[in-house]
Ligand binder design. Structure first.
Ligand code: NAP
Length: 321
């Protein structure tokens, strides 16, 4: 086996944070390598925006842009500036000594060494945790309307959640499906008013406030035929016939790899020094949703990716001087 390559900066993740960091680091002539991911945690290279339809709030796109197209443009820009992209998952890291060690690929088969690391692994979708939900994943249960919605064209579907993601999933599906039943556990939405307004234009969306999903039917048939919901105010159960259930109830940071290596908050997100991308390990920086449960926007992720690359460049020059 050949000797491991030593990089100035290795970036883990390829959402807006990772690719912006790659663009800035490449322009600083750091020759960054970006391990863009393959399918870690159910995500794909490009991150959550790959599952988003129209992005209407990323500056510079007055008409909006499809999430996957925006990510392709960022990827092209990173490559054009000289970043090396590797389509694989990081399996293990060791930040206990420099150069840092990062094992990449199935079977941890490629070891990379890096003088500095930028973590931009993002966050992944949460599920309700019902056994039937788990058994029917990819058989009608999904966390991605953009990926799977077309399979249920002209059919009845359920969306669970009350945040912006649930609004987005419901309005997207209403454009494809016969009916969308939105199930939310409280009697008001968490979503922004602008996102809630998207629902009002659709007469195919029915909202069940103060309801929870108790079971997904029918495991015996190996496909979704309905969900059983409970009205939290009356305790009454009822059946909502449907062919798919889309879960949109928030996210979990992709920090499993870094447990015991860098400090985290109690909710699992990486801890950075206020207003910086600096983690508890000198030379390791964090950007994007992996360290942000407050803003979680593509534009803030890109902004912190830029911060991470600039801090990384300064850190490398002060340590190599
Ligand atoms: P979120 O804002 O955390 O909302 C999660 C929703 O799921 C909440 O309504 C929550 O209910 C519900 N929920 C959580 N756990 C649940 C459970 N076990 N059972 C039933 N319901 C449950 O997550 P998000 O909607 O994914 O949004 C995340 C961030 O991304 C937000 O900052 C959002 O603004 C942003 N975002 C923006 C856009 C956009 O601008 N285009 C699109 C998508 C997301 P409660 O309300 O009762 O807590």
């Amino acid at each position: 086996m050949s000797d491991p390559r030593l990089h100035n900066v290795l970036i883990i993740g390829s959402g807006p944070a990772g690719l912006t960091a790659a663009i800035y680091a490449a322009r600083a002539n750091l020759k960054p390598i970006c391990i863009e991911g393959f399918n870690a945690g159910g995500l794909i290279a490009g991150g959550q925006l790959m599952f988003t339809t129209d992005v209407e709030n990323f500056p510079g796109f007055p008409e909006g842009i499809h999430g996957a197209e925006l990510m392709q443009r960022m990827r092209d820009q990173a490559e054009r500036q000289g970043a090396e992209l590797v389509t694989a998952d990081v399996q293990k890291v060791d930040f206990s000594a420099r150069p840092f060690k990062v094992w990449v690929g199935e079977g941890e088969d490629v070891l990379h060494l890096a003088k500095a690391v930028i973590i931009a692994t993002g966050a992944r979708a949460n599920y309700l945790g019902l056994p039937s939900e788990d058994q029917l994943k990819n058989k009608g249960v999904s966390a991605c309307a953009v990926c799977d919605g077309a399979l249920y064209r002209g059919q009845d579907v359920v969306v669970v959640g009350g945040g912006d993601s649930a609004m987005e999933e419901a309005s997207y599906l209403a454009g494809l499906c016969k009916s969308v039943t939105l199930v939310h556990r409280r009697d008001e939405f968490r979503a922004s008013k602008a996102m809630q307004n998207r629902l009002t234009s659709h007469d195919r969306i029915r909202i069940l406030f103060s309801h929870v999903v108790e079971d997904v039917l029918d495991v015996a048939e190996d496909r979704v035929t309905a969900v059983r919901v409970k009205d939290l105010k009356t305790g009454d159960p009822s059946i909502v016939p449907c062919q798919a259930m889309f879960v949109a109830i928030g996210h979990t940071p992709m920090t499993e790899l870094f447990k015991g290596q860098v400090e985290m908050h109690s909710n699992g997100y990486l801890r950075t020094q206020p207003s910086t991308a600096t983690t508890s390990v000198p030379g390791v920086f964090a950007a994007g949703d992996v360290a942000d449960w407050v803003y979680r926007q593509a534009v803030t992720a890109a902004g912190t990716g830029c911060m991470a690359a600039l801090e990384c460049e300064r850190w490398l020059s002060s340590h190599e001087a």
